[in-house]
Design a protein around this ligand. Structure first.
Ligand code: APR
Length: 244
């Protein structure tokens, strides 16, 4: 168990902690991941639903899919893993940054404040012409596709699709946090999609202590100082509860 003991001590002593989360941390909240068996990309072609070309070809169908995901996200609740990360942020203060690939807003609903949403948010729409963004209305009164209140043009989900740039400044902020972190935690991501997938390595190369939590091995596993082969809730409880 020395790996776990050392990891706990490192987290306890660290003043700079960077965390990257993926869809796996929201799985216990009932939100499907993308690449697990039964995941979203098994039932929906990502080319049709998560690319600018797919949206241009059939905006109504893409909005039907996002409205369905949006309703599920709004019904979902943050799970103990989200709450444990909010507690860790409260302990570490300014030295903490949570970088998420998730668009579900569950970290913020669990109380996390220092959050960078690398892939945008499913809770907002963005005008395809003027860039104006608006929060989506409650699912029960949402009638997609939304039109811009400012210029009347078709709006799109305010998320990052394949082949698109990340929100301005988000990646730089994330890279700086991981490059300076004493401890980097990578939780619930298949570590396949760049540039998020490289953040853990960036921290390791800069001398950080890299911890991964994932029931499955990933390309990051061989690089990690400790890779817990378990779920986010169980893994974080073992890593952090001992601090409480
Ligand atoms: N706890 C922790 N990890 C889990 C759990 C759990 N309870 N359940 C599943 N996982 C892990 C899986 O083993 C897998 O490695 O979560 C990971 C989910 O991987 P993906 O479905 O690929 O999700 P993610 O890594 O977030 O995808 C990255 O790809 O499609 C794009 O933009 C989308 O942000 C997404 C990006």
């Amino acid at each position: 168990m020395e790996g776990l003991e050392e990891a706990r001590a490192r987290i306890e002593q660290a003043s700079r902690v960077a965390v990257l989360t993926g869809a796996g941390i929201s799985a216990p909240s009932g939100i499907p991941t993308f690449r697990d068996p039964g995941g979203l990309w098994e039932n929906f072609r990502l080319e049709d639903y998560a690319t600018p070309e797919g949206f241009a070809k059939n905006p109504e169908e893409v909005w039907r899919w996002y409205a369905w995901r949006y309703a599920r996200v709004r019904q979902a609740k943050p799970n103990p893993a989200h709450h444990l990360l909010a507690e860790l942020e409260a302990q570490k203060g300014d030295g903490f940054l949570l970088v998420t690939q998730n668009v579900d807003g569950l970290h913020q609903r669990a109380g996390s404040k220092r959050v960078v949403e690398l892939h945008g948010s499913i809770l907002r729409a963005r005008c395809t012409r003027c860039g104006h963004t608006e929060p989506l209305p409650p699912p029960e009164s949402f009638e997609p596709p939304p039109r811009c209140a400012r210029c009347g043009t078709l709006m799109r989900p305010d998320v990052v699709w394949f082949g698109e740039l990340l929100p301005a400044g988000a990646l730089e902020k994330a890279q700086a946090a991981f490059a300076h972190a004493e401890v980097a935690l990578v939780i619930g991501t298949s570590a396949l999609v760049e540039p998020a997938a490289s953040l853990g390595r960036l921290s390791k190369m800069a001398g950080g202590y890299l911890i991964e939590i994932n029931p499955e091995p990933t390309p990051l596993t061989p690089v990690a100082d400790l890779s817990l082969r378990e779920g986010a809730v169980e893994g974080l409880a073992r890593l952090l509860k001992a601090q409480a």
